[in-house]
Design a protein around this ligand. Sequence first.
Ligand code: FPP
Ligand code: MG
Length: 340
Amino acid sequence: MSSLDLAAILRIPELPQQLARIGQDLKDVTASDNPFLQGPLARLLTVRGKRLRPSLVLASAGQSTEAVFAGCATVELIHLASLVHDDVIDNADSRWGIPTISSQEGVDRAILVGDYLLAKAAQQAAAINAEAAHIAATTIAELSEGQAYELMDTRNLHRSATDLKKSLFGKTAALMSASCRIGGLCAGYTSEQIAALAEYGECFGMAFQLIDDVLDFLSTSELLGKPTGTDVREGVYTMPVILALAGQHHQVVEPLLDDTSPEARVKLIDILTQDNCFTRTIAEARQYNDRAVKALDNVFDDSLAGLRALPTAYITWSLQQYVADEYKDKLVRSGLFGKS
Ligand code: FPP
Ligand code: MG
């Protein structure tokens, strides 16, 4: 399995050392004397995640001051809190290849750990300045709204692409946008530059979540380290399903969404493949990526080359890395898979 070489893509050779420091910062700022929290926190913070959001802060800022590191901790803590709570909502038993807090220590402790992480994120943001604290608070509200939009539409066969995108914005794009915004803020950029970075992060975030939703169908829990197939099982109809429900096979698709058998899942994936629902979703993600890169044009001249390269590199890497072999051929033939 090849890991995502963010240092090379973002052109930050010192990124591995910076991410190691962020890993230590996260442990330091979340240290607690409370034994109820200590165990699950320790397990959570031994995970070596991609640290994509802190990398966005660093790449946007183009510098690594104490304020920038506080920004990195802010966004990663919000991210971790949201996933701890998401695993409660999704009833998920694993993430990053290890048991979730809700499955191991229970829902009550998972809720408390998530709350604790959010409070620690708020402290980190406040240590930067009032504007950063405002961005963090706004983003936490957007995340909650995004998740609420998703739950409101559970098993809604009439969920539209517009409804879905409102949820994707809150769930994922808002925090990626905030990561870039905080980076720009710490670097002292103009408001026009910060707005361009925020737009970049938002568009890349939309692409990121569209791809994540494709992988829920086409990857495996072994490859991803978290359960797959949860979206349909939990009644969350993402872009591939929304496209299929608007297509010629909708009458076949509808009963399959309520059928939890493995055969129904295989059949559903077959129809979605046949109707190009995955390739159309990937094409839409790539369009968002184009918008992300365009947002930086005319505002940053030729600088931020690493950020410009990231969206395409990320999508190509994640599809190659995570799509199960049995589905790869069809995507490669569609031309949307991307070059290695
Ligand atoms: C993962 O989505 C979930 C999110 C990105 C956001 C979850 C947000 C909340 C639970 C709202 C509360 C927010 C805070 C800040 C505590 P997914 O289930 O589609 O992806 P997965 O496969 O990684 O679980
Ligand atoms: Mg989930």
